[in-house]
Design a protein around this ligand. Structure first.
Ligand SMILES: *[C@@H]1O[C@H](CO)[C@@H](O)[C@H](O)[C@H]1NC(C)=O
Ligand SMILES: *[C@@H]1O[C@H](CO)[C@@H](O)[C@H](O)[C@H]1NC(C)=O
Ligand SMILES: *[C@@H]1O[C@H](CO)[C@@H](O)[C@H](O)[C@H]1NC(C)=O
Ligand SMILES: *[C@@H]1O[C@H](CO)[C@@H](O)[C@H](O)[C@H]1NC(C)=O
Length: 416
């Protein structure tokens, strides 16, 4: 009994050091600009103020949580924490990259650290003026993005020395899609960089060779009116003719998914939601952290339920150690596709990447994968060190891990 108590106290102690709670700030002023969550409620974020030498440095991190691709699915999320700030928990755990102690977060601990809650369902890209009174659904993610940045500028970010746009999962995609936009909203003399954690979703086929994620993303873009927000990212850098040729090359099935609307326009935006089709046009320094066997991608792009009706992949998706050798071969193929999708991401020193071979999804916001004595390593380097070295230009970092299961430092996800 005594022993159990000591272990328990020790554990609580460890948890309380490795993480702490930060309250929620509602952005009520955004409502007047129509910058609202799916249900029309105010957007919200958690902020821990910078201090000492970090007072003029800002980390703006966007939360993830999948996407809703049509009215049915957006209705299902409208009254949850992913669609309404009325449903959000009022505190959030800050750990890993958000930690306020140098031991746990040596390069960013004293920055202003902001975690923006996800509540629009389209990686903060939507902007539809009309609201259907029957559903009361608001597709306004891009307005939320802008309102949050403007609010933070007014709270001191307009004097920023350093600023970093970041996010994980759907928020990691936000960081890629909005990277140059974020740069343009900050003063010219602020050093601005972007970090995407598990946001590099690839356009791959399922285990039965069908196209799934491509149509899903096309629906997201159509439902949320994301086109006008997304297309400038690549159209501004190329002539319209080039855009078409490039987009066509990357998205074979687009005409099928978009045949009911203006074709050329849709070809551009359907493809741009995939980072592989636009990352080469980003001018702001950017760092990608991703597992080549990203667990969300395996579950939802490679082997979604619709492509695995018999549930053959069920155990493997929940725990990579349960995959058969045939399934592992398919996973190795997925990794090859992932690496191929990355080839547009050139190796300029302003760009960083940490592509490990873990079965994981999002590795920056928790201490165990960000920085701990047992956290994942690539070239003997933790994610915290790779990102810090890149941000502060102490060293470049562009590494791809050897194939699974070579990496013994992984914290592979096991799902219940
Ligand atoms: C909405 O999307 C889901 C998932 O892709 C699909 O199963 C469903 O049929 C769609 N519903 C409508 C009304 O289009
Ligand atoms: C920004 O800096 C200026 C000049 O130092 C100062 O007057 C102002 O209060 C600062 N603004 C914010 C929002 O911190
Ligand atoms: C940026 O420029 C403004 C206006 O010239 C100046 O007040 C501010 O100190 C500069 N900030 C940095 C981080 O250099
Ligand atoms: C890995 O890094 C640790 C700590 O920085 C160092 O002590 C160790 O020697 C390094 N190992 C190798 C193989 O480089």
């Amino acid at each position: 009994m005594m022993r159990v108590c000591i272990v328990l106290v020790g554990l609580l102690c460890l948890l309380s050091i490795e993480a702490y709670e930060v309250g929620l700030t509602f952005l009520d002023t955004a409502v007047a600009q129509g910058a609202v969550c799916l249900d029309g409620s105010a957007p919200a974020y958690h902020m821990d103020k910078g201090f000492d030498a970090g007072i003029d440095n800002w980390l703006v991190f966007f939360e993830g949580g999948g996407w809703c691709n049509n009215v049915t699915n957006c209705l299902a999320r409208r009254d949850t924490r992913l669609g309404s700030s009325k449903q959000m928990l009022t505190t959030e755990t800050f750990s890993g990259m958000f930690h306020n102690k140098p031991k746990y977060n040596p390069d960013f601990y004293n920055w202003n650290r902001i975690k923006v809650r996800y509540c629009d369902g389209a990686s903060f890209t939507g902007d539809v003026e009309e609201v259907d009174p029957k559903t009361n659904l608001h597709f306004r993610g891009a307005r939320i993005f802008r309102a949050v940045i403007e609010d933070l500028l007014a709270k001191g970010m307009k004097n920023a020395t350093n600023a970093m746009l970041a996010g994980c999962s759907a928020g990691g995609l936000t960081s890629i899609l909005h990277c140059d936009n974020f740069r343009s909203l900050l003063p010219a003399n602020t050093t601005v960089k972007c970090l995407s954690d598990a946001g590099f979703f690839i356009n791959a086929k399922t285990i039965i060779g069908t196209s799934h994620i491509e149509g899903f993303y096309a629906d997201v873009v159509k439902t949320h009116g994301s086109a006008k927000v997304l297309s400038p990212a690549c159209t501004s850098k190329m002539s319209p003719g080039l855009v078409r040729a490039d987009a066509l090359k990357n998205t074979l099935k687009v005409d099928f998914f978009c045949q009911n609307s203006k074709l050329t326009f849709l070809i551009v935006f359907c493809s741009v939601f995939f980072p592989q089709n636009m990352v080469q046009y980003i001018e702001t320094p950017i760092f990608l952290i991703n597992a080549a066997y990203d667990s969300w991608q395996v579950k939802n792009i490679l082997a979604p339920g619709v492509a695995d009706r018999k549930g053959t992949w069920r155990d493997c998706k929940l725990d990579i150690t349960k995959c058969s050798s045939a399934q592992l071969n398919i996973l190795q193929g997925y990794r090859q596709e992932f690496l191929k999708a990355l080839t547009g991401f050139d190796n300029s020193p302003s760009r960083g990447m940490f592509i490990n071979s873990c079965y994981s999804h999002c590795q920056t916001g928790i201490q165990e994968t960000w920085l701990r004595n047992d956290s994942p390593l690539l070239s003997n380097t933790t994610i915290a060190k790779a990102v810090g070295d890149w941000y502060y230009e102490r060293a470049t970092f562009q590494k791809i891990d050897c194939p699974y299961p070579c990496d013994k430092t992984c914290h592979n996800r096991v799902f219940e």
